[in-house]
Design a protein around this ligand. Structure first.
Ligand SMILES: Cc1cc2nc3c(=O)[nH]c(=O)nc-3n(C[C@H](O)[C@H](O)[C@H](O)COP(=O)(O)OP(=O)(O)OC[C@H]3O[C@@H](n4cnc5c(N)ncnc54)[C@H](O)[C@@H]3O)c2cc1C
Length: 419
């Protein structure tokens, strides 16, 4: 991964400066390429800004699992539940839903798990290299994560999931509620038990990390163009990017990293993907009246507590409502009410509310793939719940595709051609 000779220097345009585009830019600059980022907003200011900050490489389960079709209809119709659907989005959502149900078949589910685990196994080592290269290691908290349940039956139901993690070499330590409260005394007395996952890490602020990577990229010569990319036109030996203001950019390679908005660009190339968005909500409370060292997951309630520099971030939930509908902030009130049941001392009246657009494909796998239409476009989007986690690994894979190096893992599960 050292600098390259001038004849191997490639002119790359990256569309989208979220955490995936930025991590890819840092990696490509590290390999001596010429990098331009096209971003319509401030780098890192979309989905990568307000997420829960987890380097969640220990998660291996996709959203689609066998039997989910029995539970999903009830969840989807509860507008404040952990998984909901706005009826106005139903027609656009049906193709995604159909593929989601197909992805929940046992064999497809097992394939998704293997592919998530393979990518996540690269995730933390890739971040370690990027934190060290960019001097951002001070942002990492290596405190692990508590997977907490307040009903004994939920602990029993969670065990197969923990076994699945163990099968992939992830350390999971089952604990009683009392032992969890010893570790995190602000958890309420009703906790039945759960597990400690020591390998989990989180960062102190995902937006600040993104800004650090943008600053690093700028200092190493990356050019940032603030513009909306409208289309891609393959040309002899490269690609022309059309911008909304009528300008064009010529590149030898283009990386599509526009997160939940990437479909418009793949369609411009004649490649469609069933990309939808799983909208998620949270509130960051600067003075929550409680304190946690570790990341706390409350799967039974569908939210997490993430102790980060700006405060306690309480959030989660999945809402299918597309890219245009206004946020339903009642979802945040519902999250806070649920959090109060598990953390009785929580004070969450004052805080910053946020909604983000997870870029989601039905099998919970991103697209990290050379385009089927031209070898000069590489897709890197659709990381759903794991975009922060998988960003540095994605950057390394994209850099490998550009350099023509053998991939560290089988890339066929992430191919755009799988749809
Ligand atoms: C509530 C919530 C909690 C989450 N928690 C975690 C977590 O703990 N750990 C984790 O790993 N992941 C988490 N995620 C997921 C993670 O935030 C996303 O997967 C990740 O941010 C996606 O990064 P991205 O760079 O692909 O997309 P984005 O950050 O959305 O970046 C895409 C960029 O492309 C730009 N863009 C789009 N279209 C165009 C265009 N046509 N021209 C120019 N620019 C364009 C946008 O402005 C944007 O800046 C969470 C998400 C949510 C919503």
């Amino acid at each position: 991964m050292s600098g390259r000779a001038d004849d191997a220097r490639v002119r790359v345009v990256i569309l989208g400066a979220g955490i995936v585009g930025l991590a890819t830019a840092v990696r490509l600059l590290g390999e001596g390429h010429e990098v331009t980022l096209v971003e319509r907003d401030e780098p890192g200011a979309a989905t990568s800004r307000g997420n829960a900050a987890g380097i969640a490489w220990t998660d291996v389960a996709p959203l689609a699992s066998p039997g989910i079709w029995r539970k999903a209809p009830g969840w989807l119709l509860d507008p404040l539940g952990p998984l909901s659907l706005r009826l106005s989005h139903l027609p656009a959502f049906l193709p995604w839903m159909t593929r989601f149900l197909a992805a929940s078949r046992p064999s497809a589910w097992r394939s998704s798990i293997s592919a998530i685990a393979a990518l996540n196994a690269l995730a933390l080592p890739a971040w370690e290299r990027m934190w060290s290269e960019t001097g951002t290691g001070h942002r990492v908290r290596r405190e692990g994560c508590l997977d907490v349940f307040d009903k004994p039956g939920e602990v029993v139901a969670a065990r197969p999931g923990w076994d699945l993690q163990r099968e992939h070499g992830i350390e999971v330590v089952e604990m009683t509620g009392a032992a969890m409260r010893d570790m995190e005394p602000d958890l309420g007395p009703g906790i039945a038990g759960g597990a400690f996952i020591p390998g989990w890490a989180h960062v102190d602020d995902p937006f600040e990390l993104a800004r650090d990577l943008a600053g690093h990229a700028r200092a190493r010569g990356a050019r940032f163009v603030q513009a909306q990319a409208e289309g891609l036109v393959p040309s002899e030996g490269g690609v022309t990017v059309r911008l909304a203001d009528g300008e064009t950019l010529a590149a030898e390679k283009v990386v599509v990293a526009c997160g939940a908005w990437s479909r418009k660009l793949t369609r411009a190339l004649g490649e469609d993907v069933p990309l939808d968005t799983e909208r998620g909500y949270n509130i960051t409370v600067p003075e929550p009246g409680v304190s946690f060292r570790r990341f706390i997951m409350l799967a039974g309630y569908g939210f997490v507590l993430s102790p980060i520099a700006p405060g306690l971030r309480i959030g989660g939930a999945v809402e299918f409502a597309g890219l245009e509908a206004a946020p339903n902030w009642k979802r945040v009130d519902a999250l806070v009410a649920r959090a109060g049941r598990v953390v009785p001392g929580l004070r969450a009246e004052e805080g910053t509310r946020w909604m983000g657009f997870r870029p989601s494909l039905p099998d919970s796998l991103p697209v990290i793939s050379v385009s089927g239409r031209t070898p000069h476009v590489i897709h890197a989007f659709g990381h759903a719940h794991h975009g922060l986690t998988q960003a540095a690994a994605t950057g390394e894979i994209v850099a490998g595709l550009i350099a023509g190096r053998p991939a560290p893992i089988d890339l066929s599960p992430y191919s755009i051609g799988r749809f």
